[in-house]
Design a protein around this ligand. Structure first.
Ligand code: A3P
Length: 292
């Protein structure tokens, strides 16, 4: 039996993780008052949200950057539509930094004044697919897919939280002139973390000393984030959302090209065919292999 609807809530054509949202809150989302210095990190799920959020945290919270205290971006940098800590956004001090998976047409209308900044991070969708497969098997509030084959169908049909990957990125890109937005890829971040941090700082008009940039870069590598006990996001997820087993992690592999270890030739061909059909004339480049 397909019990997808136990897990998904469709609101205005977009699929949300049903167990983490309610329609009343979503109705209010578009009218949230936006401040000029708000920052929005927008991603399709599994595109590096936690990574970039941590980078933003290190960039913005100077006092925390070099401290040994317990760093917890969760209560200072909420996930807009999944407000699991029930924060009052109106009372939050500036600058507010939100993460979100929302499509362009559901974000607060005030973003169209083009003052608040949006950072859109995208990742090649085959790695997104594999990352999402493992994540769905780990997180209790998502439907656990039995096989990659099964999940591939759901993903390509957009029957997952976050809906269709193709629509998400195309929608944001095609409406980029309505927003103050910068696009950056996960793979470019991996290839040149320092250069990417500098690009992010420049977009956000944050001037960091060389030493501070080095500190951000050092702390934001996959290895350092994974081994840093101060940033125990898996524990937070376990407590706040619930997981099916203890082997999962937000920081699973952090690789580019892991899809090659999972997709069969047939699955890959099918993916390519649908990718080509949906992404015709799309100008952003995707990196499918770290050696490209
Ligand atoms: P994998 O499952 O492929 O390892 P999100 O935060 O949007 O859910 O994305 C999670 C993905 O980002 C995971 O991918 C995770 O490992 C990867 N990620 C998190 N921190 C990273 C880092 N510092 N460097 C590279 N990838 C990272």
């Amino acid at each position: 039996m397909d019990n997808t609807n136990e897990y998904l809530l469709n609101f205005k054509g977009f699929n949300f993780n049903k167990r983490l949202v309610n329609t009343e809150e979503l109705e209010k989302m578009e009218d949230i008052e936006i401040r000029d210095d708000d920052v929005f990190l927008i991603t399709y799920p599994k595109s590096g949200t936690v990574w970039i959020r941590y980078i933003l945290f290190l960039i913005y919270f100077e006092g925390e950057r070099n401290s040994n205290e317990n760093l917890q971006p969760y209560d200072t940098m909420p996930f807009l539509e999944y407000n699991i800590l029930d924060l009052d956004y109106v009372k939050m001090p500036s600058p507010r930094i939100f993460s979100s998976h929302l499509p362009y047409y559901l974000v607060p209308k005030g973003l169209k004044s083009k003052k608040a900044k949006i950072l859109y991070i995208y990742r090649n969708p085959k790695d997104v697919l594999i990352s999402y497969f493992y994540f769905s098997n780990w997180i209790l509030t998502l439907k656990s897919p039995d096989t990659i084959e099964h999940f591939l169908e759901k993903f390509l049909d957009g029957k997952v939280a976050g809906s269709c990957w193709f629509d998400h990125i195309r929608g944001w890109y095609e409406h980029r002139h309505d927003f103050n937005i910068m696009f950056l890829s996960y793979e470019d971040m991996k290839k040149d973390l320092r250069g990417s941090v500098l690009k992010i700082c420049s977009f956000l008009e944050k001037e960091l000393s060389e030493e501070d940039v080095n500190s951000v870069v050092r702390q934001a590598t996959f290895q350092n984030m994974k081994s840093n006990p101060r940033e125990d996001r898996d524990q937070v997820i376990n407590t706040l959302i619930g997981t099916r087993h203890n082997e999962g992690s937000f920081l699973r592999k952090g690789a580019t090209g892991d899809w090659k270890n999972h997709l069969t030739v047939d699955q890959n061909e099918r993916f390519d065919m649908i990718f080509k059909r949906n992404m015709k004339n799309f100008p952003l480049k995707f990196i499918w292999d770290i050696n490209e």
